[in-house]
Design a protein around this ligand. Sequence first.
Ligand code: NAP
Length: 289
Amino acid sequence: MSKNALALYHKKVFITGATDGIGKETALMFAKVGATVCIHGRNPKKLAATMQALKDANPRGQFFSYQADFSSLEDVRRMANEFLEDHQSLDILINNAGLYPDNRVITQDGFEQTLQVNYLSAFLLTKTLLPLLEKGNQPHIINMSSIGHKFVWNSIKNPSDSPFFWRWVSYCRSKLLIVAWTIELARQLENSNITVNCLHPGIIRTKVIRILPLSYGSSVPSGAKTVFDLATNPKHAYTTGKYFERYKMTQPAPMALNKKLQKNLWRASHNWAGLMIESEDDEAEQEQA
Ligand SMILES: NC(=O)c1ccc[n+]([C@@H]2O[C@H](COP(=O)([O-])OP(=O)(O)OC[C@H]3O[C@@H](n4cnc5c(N)ncnc54)[C@H](OP(=O)(O)O)[C@@H]3O)[C@@H](O)[C@H]2O)c1
């Protein structure tokens, strides 16, 4: 076994949205190298089928499954607390769950569904699991963004306030927020051992791109490989706060680099998720705002 393969054998990874597409394929890749794989899904039947696929891929592997609908913050909180009870540490968190909306849905929490499922739930889950990541071995957070984040502008407000809805814009905005959040989270974690990066995996043939012609895009394993590489390649061990397009570190949209937007998003996200801001710097800035 190579040194890197041996290191992966001892890793524990948690992948959200692991019941289909890129997330499921990434979970299989980690299972095959012997990592402990924790999967999240919203559909119990799909979760059971994915658990079986993981066991088939590695009968000796250690696997855990967690169910939560990311359009409910209560569900995300419950799942995160279950995870905290079950585990002492976490090495890799892959915030992969995402949807491309069919229409405008306002959740019970009062948010436009794409914002909540693609961004806010990942924010809440990550924040809650940080104490476990702090105890991890070279811990990494990977957030799934999209190249689509470059095609929109954003202001920090809950789009449920707006009567206008265009699903492409809604999707891309959620992905822009992910990039801005990734950069701010990296800044907040700069004195810790945790790295956080975000990624566009390519245009991959999954149900997320169902609006495009069937033949368009790359295979699901080719998308999953980009995630697996960013999470495990030793050359990225200390890289943090960066955006990747497939394997290449790339400049994100200028708006994602806007520090004011990042700071405003940080505050708004805590507020939306019902969380307190702990950092003294942020509290000082909050008072000045
Ligand atoms: N495919 C692409 O070309 C592409 C490009 C850029 C970025 N991405 C991003 O890559 C990530 C994975 O997408 P994919 O292409 O693999 O799509 P996918 O096959 O549809 O997988 C999405 C995963 O998210 C889960 N999910 C959706 N809505 C959820 C909800 N309300 N609560 C909890 N889980 C939910 C899905 O659960 P079910 O199995 O129950 O549906 C599934 O496990 C997404 O963040 C996507 O935006 C994809």
